[in-house]
Design a protein around this ligand. Structure first.
Ligand SMILES: Nc1ncnc2c1ncn2[C@@H]1O[C@H](COP(=O)(O)OP(=O)(O)OP(=O)(O)O)[C@@H](O)[C@H]1O
Length: 326
């Protein structure tokens, strides 16, 4: 039976909420997700970006049918997430992979391939191929308990890739990897996308998201607070100018009557970010007050700024965690 609904997007999430019960008597609740909507189109690399506790892993666990939502629904290829036949189309890398550590890397990936229905020569070839692609060929005969964290992450990715999935769901794929490993992981994800694989991944490493994603959603406190392509999202930012002011103390710079985006006191200087429309006024106010501007440049639009703005707009005093009700 074909588990795919033709034309259905690989991921559709509507009004997804998840409340965990916590505490000794389970009398407190944490709202990890609050009415989340998501749609991931075929062949996209889609990023979930958010601070610690934003609900990224909970979303992924619901998609992998490891956690049940409190309300709302989630579909993979148009089918409910509890259909095993559909989940078989997905390669999954969990947040903290814990493979059976007395197996060697090769035995573990072989087992994963067998569970996905591969066998014989095809399985042997494929296992060798994926272990090579994550650069674990040389260590494939070592028991996993001898591996470093980054090596475990690599064999865990190999098991996700072994059955040539139609979609990859990766929870913090670059966690534990050194800079070379991070670059390889990015290249692997891009190569999978070029092969036509849809990829959903979550991260709080902004450069990874920026380098990889076609689209992304920013989650804060279990809610989606931004969504779009990287270019769309960056184009919504107010253009700003960065100035370095000398000869005026921070407090005086702040009281020049210009709305500043940010200020930072450096050794005897003050770095400020000013909305572009205010930059001329700021310049003349600094000069009138006896200060100097020793550098002035257009600030780069960045996902980092977008992320900080999203956090500020969502009105949260701390970025960490879901909402706790006692
Ligand atoms: N099994 C659980 N029991 C109780 N609370 C949980 C459980 N799993 C997650 N939570 C809570 O739900 C909220 C969202 O957690 P989740 O792991 O989904 O966030 P995340 O965005 O993946 O965070 P991180 O980036 O730190 O991995 C947090 O407040 C967390 O404490």
């Amino acid at each position: 039976m074909n588990p795919l609904s033709p034309d259905a997007p690989p991921i559709q999430v509507r009004g997804l909420s998840k409340t965990y019960k916590v505490g000794f008597w389970f009398n407190r609740t944490v709202r990890a997700l609050q009415g989340l909507d998501l749609e991931v189109g075929a062949g996209q690399i889609y990023g979930l970006l958010g601070p610690n506790g934003a609900g990224k892993s909970t979303t992924i666990k619901i998609l992998m049918n490891l956690v049940r939502p409190s309300s709302g629904n989630a579909l993979l290829f148009g089918q409910p997430v509890d259909k095993a036949a559909t989940r078989r189309l997905v390669g999954f890398l969990p947040e903290n992979p814990a493979p059976y550590e007395y197996l060697t890397g090769r035995e573990f990936v072989t087992l994963a391939g067998q569970l996905c229905g591969l066998s014989g020569h095809e399985l042997d070839v494929r296992v060798k191929e994926v272990l090579g692609s994550v650069e674990m060929g040389a260590a494939e005969k070592l028991q996993i308990r001898r591996y470093s964290k980054g090596m475990v992450q690599r064999v865990a990715l190999a098991q996700a890739l072994v059955a040539r999935p139609k979609m990859l769901i990766l929870d913090e794929p670059t966690s534990g990897l050194d800079p070379v490993g991070r670059r390889q992981m990015r290249d692997l994800i891009l190569a999978e996308r070029d092969r036509g694989t849809t990829v959903l991944f979550c991260s709080h490493i902004i450069p990874d998201v920026e380098a990889l994603c076609d689209r992304l959603a920013v989650l804060v406190g279990g809610r989606r607070v931004r969504e779009g392509s990287v270019r769309e999202l960056l184009s919504t930012q107010v253009p700003t100018v960065e100035m370095v002011v000398e000869g005026l103390p921070l407090e005086q710079v702040k009281s020049l009557g210009v709305a500043l985006e940010s200020t930072q006191s450096l050794d005897g200087r003050v770095r400020v970010q000013v909305p572009d429309a205010q930059s001329q006024k700021m310049l003349s106010q600094v000069l009138a007050a006896g200060g100097r501007v020793n550098s002035l440049q257009a600030a780069q639009f960045s996902l980092e700024q977008l992320f900080m703005d999203a956090l500020k707009d969502s009105g949260r005093t701390t970025s960490v965690g879901g909402e706790i009700n006692t």
